[in-house]
Each structure stands twice: as C-alpha cells, then as structure tokens.
Design a protein around this ligand. Structure first.
Ligand code: AMP
Length: 280
C-alpha cells in the first residue's frame, strides 16, 4: 500500500491506473479508523480494481467552538488497518496541501444543509462538500463510499453529484454498531465509562421510533415525542434535535408517507453523538 501526503503523488498513481483501464473506489475519512470505516473499505475493495482511502481531518468543516484541535488521530494504526483490508493508497495531506493561503472556492448544497445538523453546525456541510469535491477531482474515482451513520451528509453528497454532474457513483453503506447498539464513531473515545454506558439510549430510543413507524404510525409528532421522552429520561443526555424528514429533500414532515429519515443528535455529557434510521 502506498502512503501519500501530496496531491501530486495521488494524481501520478491515478494517471497510471486510468491508463491501464482500472476502476477506482474512494473512501473519504477523517481517520482514527474503526469497523464502520472498515466496512466501507471492504465494500470498495470488492467493487473496484484500486482503492484509495483519504485520511484527513478537514479543518473547514469544523465550527470555531468544535473539536478540531482534539479530534482523535492515530495515523500508524490507520495505515495498518488499511493495509490489512487491501487498500492500494492512503492519502494523508496536511491542511496546507489542501487549502493554500489563497484558497477561495467553496461548494455547497442549499436547503438540504439547513435542517438537522445544519442548524447547530451552519458551515459544516459546505466544508464537507468542498473537501469531497476536491477528493473526487484528485482521485478521479468511479465510486465513492459513504456511511448512513452520517445520513444528512450522504443525502447532500448524492445531491451535489446529481446537481453538478460529477462522474462518480455514490454508494451508501449501513451503520456498523457496537454489540450494545451504539453506532461506532471516532468520537466515542471521548465518552467516560458511565457516559459510554448511557450512550446506548440513542439506539434504544430510535429502535422504539422505528418500531412505531413500521407498525404504521403516521403522525411524525407522536414518534418524535416518544423518542424524545425516552432520551430525556436519561439524565446525562441533552437533546440537540430529534427530527423526522423526508429522505429526498430532508424537509420536516407531519405525516409519515414516503421514505423518511429519523435522525437525532444528543449530547451525552459534553460529547455530541448522532444516530438515525431510514424507512424507505
Ligand atoms: P468520518 O471519519 O467520521 O468522517 O467518517 C468517514 C466515513 O465513514 C463517513 O462516510 C461515515 O458515514 C462513515 N462511518 C463512520 N462511522 C460509521 C459507522 N458506524 N458505520 C458505517 N459507516 C460509518
């Protein structure tokens, strides 16, 4: 596996691979890789001749009061995991390699970025779309792999690709969980032992919400209050949002009819966790 830190090195590999007619799968990550990331890399490995994993904590998707400085990192462990999964190249640029002093171009998707996490993280998705656009152009990938764990991100990237005619297929992959149901996340390492135990409330409450929807409940408010009540019963939990939106435009719905996304963001202590389910 090739370890690269510069855009030019990646482009040189890509040029060779393209010349040989090989397909390329891209897995964009912020590193500190776990089984959730591994599931994306494994799928990319199965479906492409070459696999690129980007490992980059993207500064422009963090707000001024967010955890950019403390975001967990372990590049050596990431390299070992990627190698063991058969990735061909890991791309780990410095921020200055991606954003020069004279960087002024941003990509954004309106409307879909405004609700859910966009309410408390107003610049987040423009940062995501911008870095993902750069990675698509650098890697010239045929397919890119994203987790449903970040469902709003997945919907936004899909829309960006459709609206701006990117020549790439976006593959959404299921949420990988711990045995007790907590969605795997690099940020789970911030949780203290008691918080880690209580964090299972997100999945428990969403499971209850999903059961209600699958049993035919059509009133979004009823499902939202059942899920919110369950989360609020845990003293360590503080709700950022609990919402049901349609799975195309990400707009709030009153009546549950077509495909919907139910998503939550909850602080457990000071750690903000997200989770969701989709009913197609
Ligand atoms: P991150 O490193 O957190 O930016 O995540 C990189 C990619 O891995 C994103 O597409 C995430 O949605 C995906 N991902 C993160 N956690 C999980 C998980 N538990 N299950 C599936 N995919 C995940």
């Amino acid at each position: 596996m090739k370890i690269t830190h510069t855009i030019n090195e990646v482009k040189t590999c890509v040029r060779e691979w393209k010349k040989a007619g090989l397909s390329i799968g891209l897995v964009p990550t912020m590193g500190y890789l776990h089984e959730g990331h591994a599931s994306l890399i494994e799928r990319a490995r199965k479906e492409n001749d070459k696999v690129i994993v980007s490992d980059f904590v993207n500064p422009i998707q963090f707000g001024p009061k967010e955890d950019l400085a403390t975001y967990p990192r372990d590049f050596d462990a990431d390299c070992k995991l990627c190698e063991s999964l058969g990735a061909d190249l890991i791309f780990n640029p410095e921020p200055a390699e991606m954003y020069s002093d004279t960087f002024h171009s941003y990509v954004g998707v309106n409307t879909l970025s405004e609700g859910l996490c966009g309410k408390s993280r107003p610049i987040h998705f423009n940062g995501v779309c911008t870095v993902v656009s750069k990675l698509f152009n650098i890697s010239e990938a045929d397919r890119a792999y994203f987790g449903q764990k970040d469902a709003q991100q997945l919907a936004i990237v899909r829309r960006m690709v459709r609206d701006l005619n990117y020549n790439i297929e976006i593959i959404g992959c299921p949420i990988i969980r711990e045995e007790d149901g907590l969605a795997k996340s690099s940020r789970n390492t911030y949780l203290k032992a008691d918080e880690r135990e209580k964090a299972t409330i997100l999945h428990k409450a969403l499971t209850k919400g999903e059961e209600m929807v699958r049993d035919g409940e059509k009133d979004a408010k009823a499902v939202i209050s059942a899920v919110s009540d369950m989360i609020s019963s845990e003293p360590l939990a503080k709700i950022d949002y609990v919402d049901i939106v349609d799975w195309n435009e990400l707009q709030e719905v009153e009546k549950i009819e077509g495909p919907i996304l139910m998503a939550v963001a909850v602080y457990i202590g000071s750690v903000r966790l997200i989770d969701n389910f989709i009913v197609e």
